[in-house]
Every structure is written in structure tokens, then in C-alpha cells.
Write a protein that binds this ligand. Structure first.
Ligand code: ARG
Length: 590
């Protein structure tokens, strides 16, 4: 068990001894400013506050019962009632040696794994994936990798938009103006063209709109020909999505599109009506405010001219069609029945936060018991902006297609690699450029707090200096080159196994290495991959300080050299595993 886990468990035992009724699950430690120690626990203050106890007194009482002398120096009470812990050097050494000996890389697997469904990427059929899809796809993938690494059971599900009124127009276009050749060349572009043309015609001519609606009605009624065309549109889109997922290295366990839930939608609405969760209004069926929330927090109300008016969540339109919300309700029901998850995470644009608030509240009113045992979370994210602070567009003002963006990333990276290493064979340069280019785009997207908008900037994300993927990939490759040199200098000996921590830079690096798993846990708890980005950036910084101050290959004696090589090795492994958890590859040489 890692030292911080041992501290946590001992703390929980001590808190229970002092406060037998306390819920100790919040009694955790977090890394802290090295000035104060390695870890800090601030949970006692909340426990004291809830019981109207003096927090410093509670901290004193807990300390009296606390037995952590095996792992730390004497803990200290600080400030209003924090506890600070400083690990014994021998414990740090032991943990590093265990990792060298093949133990998991500073990760303690979850003792009670949970089942989590992650709903992410979810593009719409017949539309190209655009730059915005990098957000849901990258964040969702980083979360699934993190949770899996921690030992949880993850079910990733791509909730593809394969149903909806747009298919009326698409079907009409397919039947009347389809260019087969263009379809063969680039199916999604051709589908996009069909939609644009017919949509414009429908806007201008009500008769066209009626024809499109007629096609939709036929599809909904199961007309064989329309169903076949619709299926072909899905298959063609899926091929392009899969190409992009292949490039990005993203895998899903399921891709149950919206249409998968069609058979249940009628029953969902009927049940909502029977239970009084929804009601008929102007021919449609909707969910309305039940008055239990203050208007400001109530998603079923909007303010208009200073007054709160109803903003229902529609589940059936007046023409009998169903809504996005209906499908999402059926989807939760299906997921609960199929996988019994403890949590469903939706990685979706913050612009849909109103939808998810309505969804979660409706679900709680519909299936109260289930809602209590399943946490539904909207992990929202902000926009990608151009240099002008407006949504990122191409020079001609179109949305940026994801495939084009990835091509450009690789091209730009190739230029940089070719300038740096013109002597390298072209095939190797291209592979390095692929890894750097894709890594740069993914990392730049994961680095900001996910709810913030960020400015897309090629030069910044591809820079070899600063908090970027290329910087981390380079740090990794540089460590690998140390090993290449070490091997060239002598016959490879046994792998290093004994650690000596003498210089302050060695200690700082070692302490940081130990916190890899703890960082992953923070990522999983708050659904924030940026914590891992920052951890890795700090790791690379601490490694640089170590490398500049502690000679490795030229170390004075063999033992120091061994130990330093071992620190290099562990750093490289954590960098590689950390980047992989963000969905980013590494190369051995750059
Ligand atoms: N296809 C939707 C869109 O592009 C996103 C779906 C997100 N997932 C969900 N269960 N609603 O806006």
C-alpha cells in the first residue's frame, strides 16, 4: 500500500475513535506545499464545524489516537486545524524500490471498484466531426483511461445522433439530388451538401418542406426503402467517425445511437404521464417545474421581461414525434437495467447544461429509488476560440473539420521535426510528427480547466518549451537517450534496484513521483484531466532540476549512478504512463 493510503486509513481509524458516528469517507489527504510536508488533511475542520467543535481541539484529539509513526515524522497541526504529514525518507525509498521491482506505478487500485458509464464524443450522422468534437472525445477518453487504470469498471458509450427530423431532408436529398460519385469520394461532405441544399429549399418553399416531412414520416413508419437509405447514411458516417477514432486511438465499448432507443420512447412518455411527472400542454407533452427549487436554479423556468415563465422539458411534440430529452430518459433507463452503474458521466458541451439539468431532475422525479443510487454527472466544457476570441473558424469562416485539423497538426509537426533533425529518415520523421502533432492538439485541449474557453494556438501547443505535449514527449525521449548512452558505455548490467535520496533535487523528484496515483484519483473524483497535465509538467520540471544538479552517468560512485538511473527510469515510466492516460503517445527518440 502506498504511504498516503496508509496515512488515510490510520486517520480514518483515529477519527472514528474520536467521533464514532462520523462518515470518514471524506477524511483524505492531498499533496501540499513541500514547506509544510508531503500531505495535508483538511477534513477535520468540516467535521468539527458540523458538530460545533473547536477544530484545533478535534485535531489534537485525533492526533492523540493517530498511529502513523511507521510512515511519517510526527504530524503537525497547522492553521485552523489542518494536519500536515511528512513522510520518512526510508518510506519514500521503499515505495520507489517497490515500483522498480515491478509493483504498479505508484497506483493503489480502488478497493471497491465502481461501475461507471461514460457517454462521450457522440457526433451526429451526416455531419462531419468538427474541431469541437476533440473536446468531448479527448476529455471522455482521458476519463475512461484514468478510471480503468484505477481499477474501475468502465463502459464507454458513443451516443451517436442517428435519429431526428434532419433525416426527412436528407432522405429527400438522397432521392432527388444525390451525386453518387461525390458520395464515393467523401460521403459526409456529400450528405452535408444534400442537407444544405434541401434545407434552403424548404425555407423558401413550404411544398418542399411538406415533401421532406413526408419522407420522415415514412422513415418513422418503417418504410423499407427509407430505412435502407437511412442505414446506409449511418454506415457511411460511421466509417468516417471510425477513421478519426482510429487516428486518435479512441475506443468505445458501445456505440448505441439515439435510434436504438426508439422502441421504448412511447412507453417512457406514457409512464411519465401516468406518474404525473409530465403533462399535456398545447397538444405536446412536457415536464414542468414542480416548484421545489428557487426559480433561479429551476431549469423548467426562464425569466422573460422580469417574470418567471414555464420552460418545459418536452418529451412529445404535438405531431407525435419524440424529443432529445425523451431519448435521453430511455437511455438512462436502459443503462441502469443493463449495467447497474453507480455513475453515468456525460462529457458534453456546457451549452447543453440546461438539457442535462432537466434530464437529471426529470429522471429523479420519474425513478426516485434508482436516482438515489446512481450519480448522474454532466462533465461540461467550454468553447475553442480563435485568436480573435470568437469561436475558432477557418479563414473563410467555416467550422474547422476535425480531420483537416489533425492533418494540419501532423504537417506542422513534421516541419518542426525536419528542421530539428534533417538527417533522420523521412519515415521516422513522419511517425514522430504524427505522435507530436496529435499529442499537441489533445494536450492543449486537456490542459485548461474544462469549463473554460480556450484560444486555439498552433505555435503555443507545438512549442518544445512550456506546458505542452511536445515538451513532455521530449522530456521522455531525453531520458531514453540517457539509457541509450549508458548502454553504449558499458554492457547492460542488472536493472537498478537500490535508491539513495541525498540531494534535495533527488528528494523532490522522488516525492513527486509518489503522487502519480493520488493525482489520478483527483482526476477521477472531479473529472478533471488537467490535474494530470499539471502533475506531468511539474514532474518534467523536477526532473530537469534533478538532472542539472545530480550527474547521472558521471556520478561519483557506482551506487549513486545506479540510484540516479533508477530515478530516471521511474520518471520515464510515469511520464509515459501519464501521457498514455491522456491518450497521448510517446516516441523513444525525437
Ligand atoms: N449528439 C449530441 C450533439 O451533438 C450529443 C449527445 C450527448 N449525449 C447525450 N446522451 N445527450 O449535440
Amino acid at each position: 500500500m502506498l504511504p498516503y493510503k496508509q496515512i488515510e486509513l490510520s486517520l480514518q481509524v483515529a477519527v472514528r475513535a474520536v467521533l464514532p458516528d462520523a462518515d470518514v469517507s471524506s477524511v483524505l489527504v492531498r499533496p501540499c506545499d513541500p514547506k509544510f510536508g508531503d500531505y495535508q488533511c483538511n477534513a477535520l475542520m468540516a467535521l468539527a464545524k458540523a458538530r460545533k467543535l473547536n477544530p484545533r481541539q478535534l485535531a489534537t484529539d485525533v492526533l492523540a489516537k493517530l498511529e502513523v509513526s511507521a510512515v511519517c515524522e510526527t504530524p503537525e497541526i497547522a492553521g485552523a486545524g489542518f494536519l500536515n504529514f511528512r513522510l520518512k525518507n526510508s518510506v519514500i525509498v521503499q515505495a520507489l524500490e517497490a515500483a522498480l521491482g515491478g509493483a504498479a506505478l505508484f497506483i493503489d487500485q480502488a478497493t471497491s471498484p465502481k461501475t461507471v458509464v461514460i457517454d462521450f464524443s457522440s457526433p451526429n450522422v451526416a455531419k462531419p466531426m468538427h474541431v469541437g468534437h476533440i473536446r468531448s472525445t479527448g476529455i471522455g477518453d482521458a476519463l475512461q483511461r484514468t478510471l480503468r487504470l484505477l481499477g474501475h469498471r468502465v463502459i464507454s458509450d458513443n451516443h451517436i445522433g442517428d435519429w431526428g427530423t434532419q433525416f426527412g431532408k436528407l432522405l429527400l436529398g438522397w432521392r432527388q439530388i444525390l451525386d453518387r460519385e461525390a458520395l464515393g469520394r467523401d460521403a459526409i461532405s456529400e450528405l452535408e451538401r444534400l442537407y444544405k441544399v434541401i434545407n434552403a429549399e424548404c425555407d423558401a418553399d413550404p411544398a418542399r418542406l411538406e415533401s421532406a416531412k413526408a419522407e420522415l414520416v415514412k422513415l418513422q413508419a418503417g418504410d423499407a426503402e427509407n430505412v435502407a437509405i437511412w442505414k446506409e447514411m449511418i454506415a457511411l458516417s460511421q466509417q468516417q467517425f471510425d477513421t478519426i477514432y482510429g487516428r486518435l486511438g479512441v475506443k468505445f465499448d458501445f456505440a448505441l445511437g439515439e435510434s436504438f432507443y426508439n422502441p421504448w420512447l412511447g412507453a417512457v412518455v406514457a409512464d411519465l404521464l401516468t406518474r404525473g411527472v409530465a403533462r399535456v400542454s398545447e397538444g405536446a407533452v412536457g415536464v414542468f417545474s414542480d416548484g421545489s427549487l428557487p426559480p433561479k436554479e429551476d431549469p423548467f423556468l426562464v425569466s422573460r421581461d422580469g417574470e418567471w415563465v414555464a420552460d418545459p422539458g418536452l418529451v412529445r411534440k404535438s405531431d407525435g414525434g419524440f424529443n432529445y430529452l425523451t431519448t435521453d430518459l430511455a437511455t438512462i433507463d436502459y443503462r441502469l437495467k443493463t449495467w447497474a452503474p453507480a455513475e453515468i458521466i456525460y462529457v458534453v458541451d456546457d451549452r447543453q447544461s440546461g438539457h442535462f439539468k432537466k434530464l437529471f431532475l426529470t429522471f429523479a422525479r420519474w425513478k426516485n429509488a434508482e436516482a438515489k443510487t446512481t450519480r448522474l454527472v454532466h462533465a461540461g466544457f467550454g468553447k475553442i476560440l480563435g485568436d480573435d476570441g470568437k469561436p475558432f473558424k477557418t479563414r473563410s469562416g467555416d467550422t474547422v473539420k476535425l480531420a483537416d485539423l489533425l492533418d494540419e497538426a501532423e504537417e506542422r509537426a513534421l516541419k518542426i521535426v525536419s528542421e530539428k533533425s534533417p538527417e533522420m529518415p523521412a519515415i521516422q520523421r513522419r511517425e514522430i510528427a504524427r505522435v507530436i502533432g496529435l499529442g499537441a492538439v489533445k494536450y492543449a485541449d486537456l490542459l485548461p480547466n474544462r469549463q473554460s474557453d480556450y484560444i486555439f494556438n498552433w505555435d503555443k501547443m507545438l512549442a518544445l518549451q512550456g506546458n505542452t505535449a511536445p515538451y513532455l514527449q521530449y522530456a521522455y525521449a531525453r531520458i531514453k537517450s540517457i539509457f541509450r548512452k549508458a548502454e553504449a558505455a558499458e554492457a547492460p548490467g542488472h536493472p537498478p534496484s537500490a535508491i539513495i535520496l541525498a540531494a534535495p533535487e533527488e528528494l523532490a523528484l522522488a516525492r513527486h513521483l509518489l503522487n502519480f496515483g493520488l493525482t489520478l484519483e483527483a482526476v477521477a473524483d472531479e473529472l478533471r484531466p488537467n490535474y494530470l497535465c499539471n502533475y506531468l509538467f511539474e514532474l518534467a520540471g523536477k526532473f530537469t532540476a534533478f538532472y542539472e544538479n545530480c550527474p547521472v552517468l558521471k556520478a561519483g560512485d557506482a551506487a549513486a549512478r545506479e540510484s540516479r538511473l533508477a530515478l530516471c527510469d521511474l520518471t520515464a515510466r510515469v511520464l509515459r504512463q501519464g501521457l498514455a492516460t491522456l491518450g497521448i503517445e510517446t516516441v523513444e527518440q525525437m
